[in-house]
Design a binder for this molecule. Structure first.
Ligand code: FES
Length: 167
């Protein structure tokens, strides 16, 4: 979840504590620290990137380079539910593009965007290693196999019901 609690300094403190406890003093710990920072803040905004750069004594450009290289990291807020549609070759030939289109239409966003209510983020990922289940969709930790564009509406409705029950 993105940090919306208004208690950013407490989160920075927690991050600093992690850096100290794990002796993350230089560039070799960059991925580990960014991983933790994203877990704490929900994403990696500019001020977090600068903070990490200062703490590990690396340039902000280096930090940004790592964030943009790994699709796991993001510098924009993500929604409550992250939908990842595999667009690797195996899934693509089985119609992943139609599945992406269907999610875009249902959510009224483009791939890479988050809905205004922060409920869903949609993104494409490279092969997730489950080509036998193509086309594959992962929502948070849950894997959906053989997804067809006509399944998308139902999948989203199930998630909305689930999150309404949980809240
Ligand atoms: S291409 Fe989608 S799981 Fe491999």
């Amino acid at each position: 979840m993105a940090c919306s609690c208004g208690n950013e300094s407490a989160i920075f403190k927690e991050l600093d504590q992690f850096i100290e406890e794990n002796n993350c003093a230089d560039e070799s710990s960059l991925i580990k620290v960014l991983h933790r920072a994203q877990h704490l803040f929900g994403y990696l905004p500019r001020n977090v990137q600068i903070h990490v750069a200062e703490k590990l004594n690396v340039s902000v450009a280096k930090v940004y380079g790592v964030i943009s290289f790994y699709s796991y990291f993001t510098d924009t807020p993500r929604g409550e539910n992250v939908i990842q549609v595999c667009i690797g070759t195996g899934c693509f030939v089985k119609g992943a593009d139609k599945v992406v289109e269907s999610f875009e239409k249902e959510l009224n966003i483009k791939s890479g965007e988050t809905t205004e209510d922060m409920k869903f983020t949609l993104s494409g990922v490279r092969c997730v290693g489950a080509c036998g289940l193509a086309p594959v969709v992962i929502i948070n930790e849950k894997v959906f196999g053989h997804v067809q564009s006509q399944d998308v509406k139902q999948i989203l409705e199930d998630y909305l019901v689930e999150s309404a029950v949980a809240s």
